[in-house]
Design a protein around this ligand. Structure first.
Ligand code: M6R
Length: 593
């Protein structure tokens, strides 16, 4: 949620470099963007609404002077929290005297009180944002010098932040974090500061992860300071082995379809884990006095599906809560509990909040994450990386199925059947490889053509596939903007069936197990009321008006059943002329509560 990128080094085209880096972070927020750089003793700030790198000249906006000889710049891509999508609210923000500029990701919870105090002192604000308050606080303490005034301002903030600050008087660049990511890329005589690694991957693979309550000060020398002790700290440089290519679209028109297609490999990669480690984690689940699966959005649906797996495969009751709801259940948490946090980014604020709550109670935390070095990675007792590679499309696809695969494996491990689980998932991965081909996509595209103008789509599932019905609905909502809802098949007759009219598209997720007859009966109930039944199932059935075949896959059916819906959502987005990679109102990494 919001992308930050800054550069200081030998290169003389810093503003251009920052704009290009911001484009790689666009998935984090894309309602507006801006860049600041220093020329002489002045900071220039450019802001725009819309696509990164494009200037609305007609609106009288100036273009960034890319020919300026400049080796220090910073930029921001925004997902609005405080204040609408306007040029004034876009970052960077100046202090009132324009001698400080700041970019920020996060939310300052006490900004209203701070702003009130500053207004009483006579400051006049230009935006509605919480961020501008930080710039003004720095200005208010400028007598302390640049670094100390930033520290002082930070000490007054409540909430989460990742900030980068520059000033008009020298070439210093300062960044600090609490709760939102900041990653430093170290090149030869140059430093990159970013919310995520792809922003600087083409320049360096040497990274330093800034921890919470730490600050980096880049002047002639580079220093890291622990803001709680005010002492300098040494940081480790980590070599990462991501390749720049994996974070690019390549031959694909969109990241979403690239990432859907990558599921040919990602599921097999996810389950390729050290068996001893999986058994150690299974033992922790078994010995915990209460295990809680926690995640948000799609990751939450994966957790819910996993709770079915643990019940069915491992005969264990495992609780589930959305990250945002978990604090309300905290009275059950003890130092014997285990919290399993599931997250692609490892940065989702609601999930991090749940972890914080659990840790305060002394519980142990296992994170199942994609992004190594993320906040969850750094604060968890156990971690499993899903190894899906960068997922850039806002709609989660390959991370979802990789998370599902790992949790299925863990359920088997808890049942003492790790090898059986692995065999099932390896076979499933290979069947998915066969399934994902242009003919299959064309079959789904034909369906998309038929239903693209419907106002609503409903999805039903039962057992392990009920959470996948919920997930299918999210996928359809976020990229097609068609109203979509998922239900447990058996629940329809208790109310929602009133929504069905002639032709209403209803997707039915079928598994070849004990739930099959019931869900087919539910489909029949919908069909009898005029619904158009789209069956996603290993075998055809008379009740289906349109059949999308999926491979038979036993307990891995939630994994195979969600893939055709991912493709359908993508096709609907294209037919409805939506950008599937950057759906309206959303951002990839939700780092605000
Ligand atoms: O990074 P996370 O997995 O923690 O993200 C959680 C949700 O924000 C995320 O799954 C969201 O629901 C996706 N856009 C859904 O496709």
């Amino acid at each position: 949620m919001c992308g930050i990128f800054a550069y200081k080094g030998d290169k003389k085209n810093a503003p251009e470099l920052v704009v290009n880096g911001l484009k790689k972070l666009e998935y984090r927020g894309y309602d507006s963007w801006g860049v600041a750089y220093r020329t002489g003793n002045e900071i220039k700030v450019y802001k725009e609404i819309g696509k990164i790198g494009e200037f609305d000249i007609k609106a009288g906006n100036e273009k960034i002077d890319f020919s300026a000889n400049c080796n220090l710049a910073m930029g921001h891509s925004r997902w609005a929290t405080h204040g609408g999508v306007t040029k004034e609210n876009a970052h960077p923000h100046y202090s009132e005297d324009k001698e400080i500029a700041i970019v920020h990701n996060g939310i300052i919870e006490n900004y209203a009180e701070l702003k009130k105090d500053l207004i009483e002192k006579g400051y006049k604000f230009r935006s509605e944002t919480d961020t501008e308050v930080i710039a003004y606080l720095i200005e208010d303490h400028k007598d302390l010098g640049f670094t100390e005034s930033v520290k002082k301002a930070i000490s007054m903030l409540q909430g989460r932040y990742a900030i980068v600050v520059m000033n008009a008087h020298n070439d210093a660049l300062i960044a600090a974090r609490r709760g939102s990511p900041i990653i430093i890329g170290k090149g030869k005589n140059e430093y990159f500061i970013a919310s995520d690694i792809p922003a600087f991957l083409e320049y360096t693979r040497e990274v330093i992860y800034l921890d919470d309550n730490q600050m980096i000060i880049i002047e002639d020398e580079v220093r890291f300071v622990d803001l709680e002790t005010n002492k300098e700290v040494k940081k480790r440089i980590v070599k990462i082995d991501l390749d720049a290519q994996s974070a690019e679209k390549g031959e694909f028109p969109h990241f979403m379809i690239k990432e859907i297609t990558e599921q040919k490999e990602t599921i097999a990669r996810a389950i390729n884990q050290d068996p001893a480690k999986i058994m150690e984690i299974a033992a922790a689940i078994k010995s915990a006095y209460g295990t809680y699966l926690v995640g948000c959005g799609t990751a939450g649906k994966v957790c819910l599906a996993a709770s079915y797996h643990f019940a069915k495969i491992a005969k264990r009751h495992v609780n589930f809560a959305f990250g945002s709801e978990f604090p309300s259940l905290q009275d059950f948490i003890t130092d014997k509990s285990l919290v399993v946090a599931v997250s692609q980014s490892g940065e989702t604020a609601d999930t991090l909040d749940a972890i914080e709550v659990a840790k305060k109670k002394g519980a142990k935390v296992l994170s199942i994450i994609n992004v190594e070095g993320s906040s969850m990675d750094r604060i968890s007792d156990y971690k499993i990386y899903i190894k899906a590679g960068p997922e850039k499309a806002v709609a989660s696809t390959k991370a979802t199925t990789a998370q599902m695969a790992i949790l299925t494996l863990l359920a088997y491990a808890c049942a003492g059947k790790l090898d059986e689980g692995k065999r099932l998932l390896v076979e499933t991965a290979s069947r998915i490889n066969d399934m994902l081909n242009p003919r299959y996509e064309a079959h789904i595209q034909k369906l998309a053509q038929q239903i693209k103008d419907w106002e609503s789509i409903y999805v039903i599932g039962k057992g392990q596939n009920y959470p996948m019905a919920l997930e299918a609905a999210i996928k359809l909502q976020e990229v097609s903007y068609i109203h979509a809802e998922g239900f447990a098949g058996g629940e329809l007759k208790h109310g929602p069936i009133a929504l069905i009219s002639k032709g209403t598209p209803c997707i039915v997720l079928v598994a070849n197990d004990e739930t099959k007859q019931d869900i087919l009966s539910n489909a029949m109930e919908i069909k009898s009321r005029g619904g158009y039944i789209i069956g996603i199932a290993p075998e055809n059935n008379d009740v289906f008006d349109y059949w999308i075949k999926v491979p038979e896959s036993g307990n891995a059916s939630p994994i195979v059943n969600i893939i055709p819906v991912q493709i359908l959502a993508y096709q609907l987005a294209i037919l409805r002329e939506n950008n599937p990679d950057m759906p309206r109102n959303l951002a990839k990494s939700v780092t605000v509560k």
